[in-house]
Design a protein. Sequence first.
Length: 473
Amino acid sequence: MAYQMLINGQSVDGVSTFDVINPATKSVITQAPQASVEQLDEAVAAARKAFPQWAALTHEERRAKILQLADAIEANADDLIETLTTEQGKPLKGFFDMGAGFEFGGTLAWIRGTAEYELSKKVLQEDENLRIEMHHKPLGVVGSITPWNYPLMISIWHIIPALLTGNTVVLKPSGMTPLTVLKLAQIAKDIFPAGVLNVLSSESKIGSAMSLHQGIDKIVFTGSTPTGKSVMKSASTNLKRLTLELGGNDAGIVLADADIEAIAPKIFATAFINNGQTCAALKRLYVHESVHDKLCDELVKLANSVKTGNGMDADSDFGPLQNESQFNLVKELAEDAKANGANFLCGGEVVDDSGYFYPITLVNNISDGVRLVDEEQFGPILPIIKFSDVEEVLERANSSEFGLGGSVWSTDIEKATQLAQRLECGSAWVNHHGAIQPNAPFGGIKQSGFGSEFGEVGLKEFTSIQTVHIHQK
Ligand code: NAD
């Protein structure tokens, strides 16, 4: 099938095309349309034109359209899930059922969950002389730029709160994984009025043109920290509002009293979710010396029980890395760790190079100061670091430039909860990691970005406040 973009309610071709690669085979799946800057201008103009009418609808009317979108997406489940596996690499089902089906289920859960929220006006003062009301008003045109790790779900995280609060949207998925979102655009085409949702695909350039565009009022960006900084710089030209959901290097701290057998499967699942290509995956595991060896043994057992392979195969627990540069980064970090004396408990060697397959890899005898610990690996390789002193490990966990998530694992819930609150990050978990849901705000601090997604707080990100002072005479 020929993929098309969505501009002003019309399905349109790009000015050229670019190849989309299947990471499990390194072969070309198809060509995606390459948008031009002029097409971006058209999309922004369409979104601007559609804005007043969309914003003037009642919350219930917009909500109804959004719920209609969820139903239409659900009706295309098999096709969207297969497309996701083909372009992103994640297995259809995968380890712990956390593959493409999981992303698809999350997509529906977030649309329907977010649609439950409404920002109502608040009366701040009311007496015989004066009434002061506070209203949340939509910003106008929102530009959404998304990454390649959860192409469908993250697009939904951006566009649903934007649309629900009365904004119109120009969405640009990653050039690595545009196909599922282009299909989403065609599904949305018959639901929303022309111009309310526009979708452009691009191998390069359009993201930076969006950040600079004078007709866009806000950018919601999910991606790497360096790109986020570049978006922020360009956004200053017209003071665009920003939500930046950036990289992370989440620490997990396992205390001496943790129930190792109970937590090992959860640690494994949350470190390797989506093959480690998850912003809030557990990326540095600090383990108390008294339980270090036992936890390593349990994790190795789990690693030896899983299979990495083509995501279309029913028995694949993990798929390939999504792209060549991510694959090369993981290999580079592994080589650097080896050169620094790290011990590879399993994995660490590429055995099948027919796709970007890297095995599940566990590394110990490593510490802070080595790239694999200090940098975001965004892949299936977990450094395990021994510690003896809790205060010292907390300092090491917090010494990262990132501040997305963190976790503490212990049977003493009170103590673990207190420690978790001392982690410098936007989300902290006790006896879990990376678990997110539509009713709990999620976002980073430090170099992991700013602004929150999800729930009522997430809706506010797409609005400005207007205070109305009504004097009786
Ligand atoms: P990336 O920064 O390379 O790309 C993200 C998006 O930005 C893509 O759509 C890309 O085309 C676009 N882009 C590229 N250059 C641009 C520019 N100059 N201006 C504007 N847009 C531009 O990130 P990625 O490699 O796709 O994703 C991986 C990163 O995303 C990781 O660091 C990961 O931690 C992070 N991430 C964060 C979250 C979160 O919620 N905090 C969620 C998922 C991924």
